[in-house]
Design a protein around this ligand. Structure first.
Ligand code: ADP
Length: 598
């Protein structure tokens, strides 16, 4: 079973208390209203009893007084028509004055001689009432009383009989009948039932017509006999009243003088309604209180929950701050470690940089020496070939040619000095002012430099260069250096081929540029060479023949001259190198000086 939450449990307990309180409260309320009802009914009862008693007492002594009147006595002593008439008149008058129902005079036989209703259709005169107790009791004891239903008038009445004496002898009985039907009508319509029971316990007067002449208790045999004899009711066997005590609130008032009992029966329903209302008010009030209490409990629970949630949130926040602080501390210490590592790396880097600078210096030294030897090898080879040639010419005494050769050697040595100067300048990266240089003579010089090798390889040269001098922005020596390098590379590539060794030289002009294309039918650039040919020390050649500096130097020189070098392969095979230099319109070069070696 699900255990109830404490607040619901509390409410449940309150509900139980409420239910438990209902019963005593109900009794309390019922007691109160019952007491109220009884108080009120007691007043009614007293009033009715007093009224009834006073009504009867008013007539109690009347027959005794009337019995002493001479006209009454004369009517009994001398019952002549005249005397009787006088008596009738008298009784009728007295009846009108006293409000009695009927007053009548009986002789000792019980025969009615005179009556107040002597003129009415139901005149008692001539009727014998000897069987009535009020008659024979009055004769026997002086007075007699009787309740009963008039057998002529069929009206309930109380009869007071009194003996009429003459000379201490009873000569008759005078009777006064009090009308009780009228008394009953005075009670009116009230929710309470009023009733009067006689000495037999039979209801003789009541505000509830159905209860009339019913026995409120069991009748004894003598009582039944008496009823049969005197016929006071419409029946000689009264039915039981059978009132259920739980349905009624009964109050009684005994009238000992006449042995009657006056009762008032109030239906319990009368108090049920106010009791129910009071209970409803009580229930609603208690439920409202419970509801308010429940709401307060709920509100308190809600606030407690909120406080708990706030506390939990605060705890979680503190926890997360703690965690975050922990993380930050971890991060901080890691950063510190990283900073230390970085510092160590930086120190390492500085050290490595120092080492690299040192290595770079060494490398630059190597590059320089390699470049020098590379650039000088070709003129040296040319000088050797001129000197060898001159020796042969001397033996043949061809002195003019020897002199020409020596001139060429001189030019070459000058050029070597210039190359060394340029290499130094290159190494220092000293920019040199460009000048207007004629392309064709520089090209011729470069071809002359590689002529012996070209001849040895039987390389055919095709030129598509205009006769008119083409001027470019360059340096005389630097241009020749570039061209001879490019041609030397072409010859190296052609040396790999067994036949069809050709070099095509072609110029083209655009607005700004002069483009010299040097194509060969050699092996062509490898993919690697196309990508890296400009890098220093890149070479595909054996270490004996290639240093990988030629194109690096050419590229640097051409860039310094404001031009560019492009490397590609021909579709039909072989390399294609394009040298772009800024062209100078020929008109600007009329007084240009040629710095040619020849
Ligand atoms: P080296 O000639 O000492 O190798 P270079 O810088 O002059 O150095 O040339 C670099 C490389 O470019 C060469 O090793 C070669 O592979 C390639 N190369 C240059 N010119 C040509 C050419 N005309 N044909 C084929 N390959 C060439």
């Amino acid at each position: 079973m699900k255990v109830l939450q404490p607040r619901w449990r509390l409410l449940f307990v309150f509900l139980l208390i409420f239910v438990a309180l209902l019963w005593p409260f109900h009794s309390l309320v019922q007691g109160y209203y019952l007491a109220e009802l009884k108080r009120k009914n007691n007043q009614t009862l007293d009033l009715i009893s007093a009224n009834l008693v006073s009504t009867l007492q008013r007539y109690e002594v009347l027959p005794q007084v009337l019995g002493r009147l001479p006209d009454v006595q004369q009517a009994l002593l001398n019952p002549e028509p005249e005397q009787l008439h006088t008596a009738n008149e008298l009784l009728s008058t007295i009846r009108d004055q006293t409000g009695a129902d009927v007053i009548y005079l009986l002789n000792t036989e019980g025969m009615t001689l005179a009556a107040s209703n002597w003129l009415g259709p139901r005149s008692f005169i001539g009727n014998n009432f000897a069987f009535r107790p009020y008659f024979y009791d009055a004769l026997a004891r002086g007075t007699g009383e009787f309740f009963g239903l008039g057998n002529i008038s069929i009206k309930r009445g109380y009869y007071y009989g009194s003996a009429v004496y003459h000379d201490n002898r009873a000569i008759g009985v005078i009777v006064v009948k009090v009308d009780l039907d009228f008394t009953e009508t005075l009670w009116g319509e009230v929710p309470e039932r009023l009733l009067v029971t006689d000495q037999n316990g039979v209801v003789i007067l009541t505000s509830e017509p159905q209860w009339r002449f019913k026995a409120s208790r069991e009748l004894s045999a003598s009582e039944q006999q008496s009823i049969a004899n005197h016929k006071p009711y419409t029946t000689i066997e009264p039915e039981p009243l059978n009132l259920k005590s739980e349905q009624w609130v009964a109050l009684h008032n005994d009238l000992p003088a006449i042995d009657w009992r006056v009762s008032i029966f109030a239906p319990r329903m009368l108090i049920n309604e106010p009791v129910s209302t009071a209970m409803a008010v009580f229930a609603v009030t208690v439920l409202a209180v419970l509801l308010i209490f429940g709401l307060l409990l709920q509100r308190r629970h809600y606030y407690l929950e909120r406080i708990a949630m706030d506390a939990q949130a605060k705890q979680e926040l503190e926890e997360s701050v703690r965690n975050r602080t922990q993380d930050l501390q971890t991060l901080n210490s890691r950063l510190k470690e990283e900073v230390l590592e970085r510092e160590a790396t930086e120190q390492e880097l500085v050290r490595t940089q120092d080492e690299l600078v040192q290595a770079g210096k060494l490398s630059a030294l190597g590059v320089m020496s390699a470049s020098i030897s590379h650039e000088l090898n070709q003129p040296l080879a040319a000088i050797r070939s001129y000197t060898d040639n001159s020796k042969i010419l001397l033996t043949k005494e061809r002195y003019a040619e020897v002199a020409s050769n020596l001139d060429l050697v001189a030019v070459l040595t000058e050029r070597m000095a210039s190359i060394i100067e340029h290499l130094r300048a290159f190494a220092r990266r000293n920019p040199q002012a460009s000048e207007h240089v004629a392309l064709q003579p520089a090209l011729e010089d470069a071809l002359a430099l590689v002529a012996s090798r070209r001849n040895a390889l039987q390389v055919e040269i095709f030129r598509d260069v205009p006769e008119a001098t083409l001027w470019v922005e360059a340096g005389e020596t630097r241009l020749r250096q570039v061209l001879s390098n490019l041609l030397a590379n072409a010859l190296d590539a052609l040396a790999e081929k067994r036949s069809q060794r050709c070099i095509w030289l072609q110029t083209s002009l655009s607005q700004e540029w002069l483009c010299l294309t040097i194509k060969d039918s050699g092996t062509g650039f490898t993919d690697e060479a196309l990508a890296q040919a400009r890098e220093p020390f890149f070479t595909t050649k054996t270490s004996a023949r290639g240093l990988g500096l030629g194109l690096a130097i050419c590229d640097a020189i051409v860039k310094a001259l404001g031009g560019r070098l492009e490397f590609a392969n021909n579709l039909e095979g072989g390399a294609c190198v394009r040298l772009y230099l800024k062209q100078i319109p020929s008109a600007m070069n009329l007084d240009a000086q040629e710095d040619r070696f020849a």
